[in-house]
Ligand binder design. Sequence first.
Ligand code: SF4
Length: 360
Amino acid sequence: MKQTGITASGLKYAEICPGFSNDSDGDTVAADEGKLLHKACETGDLTGLTDEQKEQVEKCLGFIAPMVAGADRDLREQEMRVPIINRRGIVDRLIIKNRTAYAIDWKFGRNPVDDAEINNQGQAYALALLKGMPDIERVVVLFVSPRCNDISKGEFTQADVPRLETRIMTILARRAAVFEEAREDLLNPTDEICRYCGNRGTCPALYSKALVVAQNYADTQLDIPPKFHPSTWTTPEEHSIGRRLALVLEKWVESVKSHNLQFVMDAGQTIPGFEMKTKSGKREIRDTLAAYAALKDDLTVEEFLAACGPVSMTKLEEAVAARAKRGEKSKRKEALYERLTDMGILETGRDVYYLARVRG
Ligand code: SF4
């Protein structure tokens, strides 16, 4: 398992499971949006944001406007050093007033964050400010979450410093036990964090959970690969055992999804942590000629055909073959293929490779 450095925002995950590591291959859509909105909060420039995003930024700026009035200092994107983990932390807005530091952090997610009183990141920032700015008597951490309509507040003074330090030191000590002493018993697989963990492909604790599922779900006795991570398999037999195990787990995942949906839809139950959502069904026009007739005053034929999208080669071949005489179907299909290829309008996608189960 790989060990990545701990940031103030990563302390929460490392506290839940000391083996947690950042996933560098993870989805960055939410993080990218967060950066964009933070920048807008910093500069006040909302250019390029959607109406919904502008609304969130305006809520944030509206919240701090009265606090800024009469402030001794008003700092944006204030960098500081978080003690013990010795990492850089950035407070989105730091307002100093009468020996109180207001550390404001924008949270643009759609799920509420932990309360500022107990939030690891907030406590790390409070510690950094209390240790780094001796003239400060009190730190007020404020998490402003406009999409959750929530503002969470935590207050800290010098008297809190020892307990804040102890909490971070405990996290680091447990982490050292996992990575330096191989204490796998400290790993704590939970769905809340394992899906974001860069070690989920190699984690023995997660592997053990998956094995229990697979063993109970398989119709026949399953062989188990001696080592968990597929990159460590060297023989054809290990790859074959791993693929069989993956088939069972894939089936189990599909079964969970379908039974859970039934449980909610048919039995009218709710499942904690999940809610029912719907996606609109696919809209499709079945009669192309009728659609063109309806639109010919609004669109040129070229515009209409461009909106129709790519033509299926398989369907064209079937249409041509249907008009061909017996025994000439293949020849007509080949001629069609050659003609379209010569015209340079037929694009062939890359072949897709997959492993199919051999029966018997
Ligand atoms: S996969 Fe889960 S249990 Fe394993 S190290 Fe990561 S967070 Fe911990």
